[in-house]
Ligand binder design. Structure first.
Ligand SMILES: [Zn+2]
Length: 275
């Protein structure tokens, strides 16, 4: 079911992990951002679009993680964009021999079997430094940074006051750092939060990749909350954060936090950095 969050901007929330697919209405078809998870949900979204007389003109994936690069045949053959780094990361992963095994390690089998992997990951990289999504609709600014995943992009639809944050600024998920790929994951994350803070004054509606939609009053609040978490993680402290506490939306979030602490401690040992 599509829900309008701003003029010409609609959301379809998945039953998987409160994932938000975003529809932006354009002049000649819609732009889909992070198209969805389960096949039946994407088919439902395709129905909603065709019933309102719209086709999919293009799509954009905020980053290369599996839950952001799925697709459904009924969306058609529209170009599926991502940043250059996003496209090369998914290409590298898919060209390895074992990506299906690594999916099995990431997703419980009952979920994986509800997902159609046929059109998975077919992302066309936009040239590095591309400032806007090339399409016929409201201007959408690409804000690339390196928090969470290589080539992650937040999208600012300024004339609609909407920030599509990808996997940041969630009320349900803590910041998940890129602890395998990045040279300085903590600083990458803090830099990305500063980048988002720079546009916070233009945002009335915040759409996280997972979790609930935030209003203007929540933009700075969520930036501060993410920053406090990342600093606590950096200092190996215990975060005072409802997303990992007893009232957490997802009970597995505390396990993610523990793993991040351990991985950071191991990195420090390897690098010989004191503390
Ligand atoms: Zn995600």
């Amino acid at each position: 079911m599509l829900r309008q969050v701003a003029e010409g901007v609609l959301i379809h929330q998945s039953e998987f992990c409160q994932s938000n697919a975003v529809v932006v209405q354009g002049r000649a078809g819609a732009l889909l951002i992070d198209a969805g998870i389960y096949g039946y949900e994407m088919a439902c979204l395709a129905n909603d679009l065709s019933e309102s007389g719209q086709t999919v003109a293009a799509s954009f994936s905020t980053h290369f993680h599996w839950d952001h690069v799925l697709w459904h045949a009924r969306f058609g053959a529209a170009p599926r964009y991502g940043t250059a780094r996003c496209a090369s990361a998914i290409r590298d992963w898919l060209s390895g021999p074992h990506w299906k095994d690594s999916i099995a390690g990431m997703i419980p089998p009952d979920i994986a079997e509800q997902i159609t992997w046929d059109l998975f990951g077919g992302i066309t990289g936009l040239a590095a430094g591309t400032a806007r999504i090339p399409w016929d609709g409201p201007e959408i600014q690409i804000m690339e940074h390196q928090a969470h995943a290589a080539g992650h992009a937040a999208l600012l639809i300024e004339e609609r006051g909407v920030l599509v944050a990808g996997d940041m600024l969630s009320d349900a998920l803590i910041p998940m750092l890129d602890l395998n790929g990045a040279a300085d994951p903590i600083e990458d994350y803090l830099a990305a939060l500063r980048l988002l803070e720079g546009v916070a004054g233009h945002v009335d509606v915040l759409v996280p990749g997972h979790g609930s939609i935030g209003g203007a009053d929540q933009v700075r609040e969520r930036i501060d909350q993410d920053r406090a978490y990342v600093r606590a993680l950096r200092d190996a402290g215990a975060p005072d954060d409802p997303r990992v506490g007893p009232s957490a939306t997802f009970d597995w979030m505390s396990g993610v936090h523990e793993r991040q602490l351990q991985q950071l401690a191991r990195r420090r040992e390897r690098e010989g950095t004191p503390g």
